[in-house]
Design a protein. Structure first.
Length: 123
């Protein structure tokens, strides 16, 4: 054990620092020695979470097969999913369903028209 490690440990184990309660008057101190006033918040009326980016996943369906079946799969083989064409797809955020929708095409790309919001989304 290095001297640094042994100095931070006693016979019972690691030394745990003691927390001290401070009052707000300790933070402000003498008004004559205060620094500049804190700046006003940049975003008064705008929720800062609105600018956070999130990646949604669209789950069209699932199929269960053995690893052997997967290894034996051939090019152009069709895997039938557990959903019919008229069933909604799931929109997932961090693996949790946050909405459902219908697959549509927009200018040659897949898109989703939201049809259900199981959890009401708040602005």
């Amino acid at each position: 054990m290095s001297p640094e490690q042994s100095s931070s440990m006693n016979r019972a184990g690691p030394v745990v620092p003691t927390a001290q309660v401070i009052s707000l008057s300790d933070l402000h101190g003498d008004p004559a020695h205060r620094g500049p006033a804190p700046a006003a918040p940049v975003l008064d009326d705008v929720n800062p979470l609105h600018s956070v980016r999130a990646r949604l996943q669209v789950r069209v369906g699932e199929v269960e097969l053995s690893v052997g079946e997967l290894l034996a799969a051939k090019e152009h083989q069709v895997l039938v999913l557990d959903r019919s064409l008229d069933q909604p797809v799931d929109l997932l955020l961090e693996g949790k369903v946050v909405a459902r929708g219908q697959l549509v095409a927009v200018e040659g790309s897949f898109a989703v028209r939201i049809t259900e919001l199981p959890v009401p989304l708040k602005a």
